[in-house]
Design a protein around this ligand. Structure first.
Ligand code: TRH
Length: 366
């Protein structure tokens, strides 16, 4: 599809650039952003260096979103009105030069990784004037997702599915919990703490048996090689579309999630509390990042519960020795639901990004 056809749609033309570093978070976040913008009448091109995961994440695509190979941007006729550089992925020089040559320069936004750390409040919305290179004279703007009103918020698209619809979807596939069974989603990285987690879940299943939904990934492979404690039943899953992954998040009684996109979705969807396996970084930067999120999400919780949730996260992430003890599930669920209500009350990231881009554009042409 050519740009002039997209011009028929209301809204602006967006170019979103994504490089897949590893795993699926980069593509998951970028796809969710593109489809959220398109759902609000924007015409979006997603320039991506490896679109292979989209074959199962978004097999039907999304109206208004064109997926383009990264290299195609070198020949792009003219840049979008708004250009999003996801996670500092470095736009091609030739494309930047074309941005600089426009009579009205596009709004150039660097979308950062999510963090609850304090620097995010300070850095969100900052301008970075470009003094050198093909973009000299342009401004780049930093846009930070986050949990506070001073940040760009979280992507809340699409809206949460209903629990009853999730149950029906699971039943159709034969993945529904049996009567009286608890359902736990285990979407994580391979981890030495997995055995502690299984032991903790087995402890819970003395009162109520537990079904483990295990999506594709290294944890599924690791689980296949471990003896499963009594009371736990394993349901390995195939690759699922993002929209289908939501059913699991909506229905689970407890959710181990990882990275960024499943972590955000798990907080927004369903009543089951969240155990976050954070993306580990060689320099240890994940430890303060995890604690910053715990500080925010546990603020105001009963001290005993807060300590138990924090300890479970530290053990699950290899930041404290085992064994892993799961917090009381009813109290944890109440804390999760209170946190979730607060998140739903905040402005969606796509809406904030639209407003931000419009204000920068007005400033440019004004
Ligand atoms: O895959 P992740 O670990 O992703 C990332 C990236 O690797 C990135 O480099 C890193 O910086 C970032 O973490 C912090 O976890 P995440 O973010 O949860 O992404 C997984 C996505 O895959 C999520 O959108 C859910 C989706 N998914 C499905 O839609 N269906 C599936 O069947 C599976 C297994 C995953």
């Amino acid at each position: 599809m050519q740009w002039h056809m997209l011009d028929l749609q209301p809204g602006q033309r967006w170019d979103v650039f994504c490089r897949v570093v590893d795993n699926f978070g980069d593509v998951g976040v970028c796809w969710r952003l593109c489809s959220a913008l398109a759902a609000r009448g924007q015409a979006v091109r997603l320039w991506i260096d490896d679109a292979s995961a989209l074959a199962w994440m978004a097999p039907l695509g999304a109206p208004g979103v064109q997926v383009q190979p990264w290299a195609g941007a070198l020949q792009a006729d003219h840049p979008g009105d708004v250009v999003v550089e996801a996670f500092g992925c470095h736009l091609p020089d030739a494309y930047i030069a074309r941005m600089a040559a426009q009579p009205v320069a596009p709004v150039w936004i660097n979308l950062e990784y999510l963090s609850a750390e304090a620097y995010v409040d300070r850095c969100h919305g900052l301008r970075s004037p470009q003094f050198n290179g093909p973009g000299a004279g342009l401004d780049k703007w930093f846009f930070y997702p986050g949990f506070t009103p001073a940040t760009g918020g979280l992507l809340q698209h699409p809206p949460a599915p209903k629990a009853a619809d999730a149950s029906a979807w699971l039943a159709q596939r034969g993945w529904a919990p049996a009567a009286g069974e608890r359902a736990v989603l285990l979407f994580g990285y391979a981890s030495p703490a997995l055995e502690w987690l299984l032991a903790a879940l087995a402890g819970l299943s003395m009162r109520q048996p537990t079904l483990l939904w295990v999506p594709q990934g290294p944890l599924q492979a690791q689980l296949a090689g471990l003896p499963l404690p009594h009371g736990l039943r394993l349901q390995p899953l195939p690759w699922l579309a993002l929209a289908d992954f939501d059913w699991l998040l909506a229905a689970a009684d407890l959710k181990l999630v990882r990275g960024e996109d499943s972590f955000v979705r798990a907080q927004l969807l369903g009543a089951g509390p969240v155990l976050w396996q954070i993306y580990p970084q060689d320099d240890g930067a994940h430890a303060p990042k995890l604690d910053a999120w715990l500080d925010h999400s546990l603020a105001g919780s009963p001290p005993g519960l807060a300590a138990a949730v924090r300890q479970a996260h530290h053990v699950a992430n290899g930041l404290a020795p085992g064994p892993l003890q799961l917090p009381d599930l009813a109290a944890w669920r109440a804390q999760h639901l209170a946190w979730q209500t607060g998140l739903h009350a905040r402005a969606d990231l796509a809406i904030q990004l639209l407003a931000f881009a419009s204000s920068r554009r007005a400033r440019k042409s004004g």
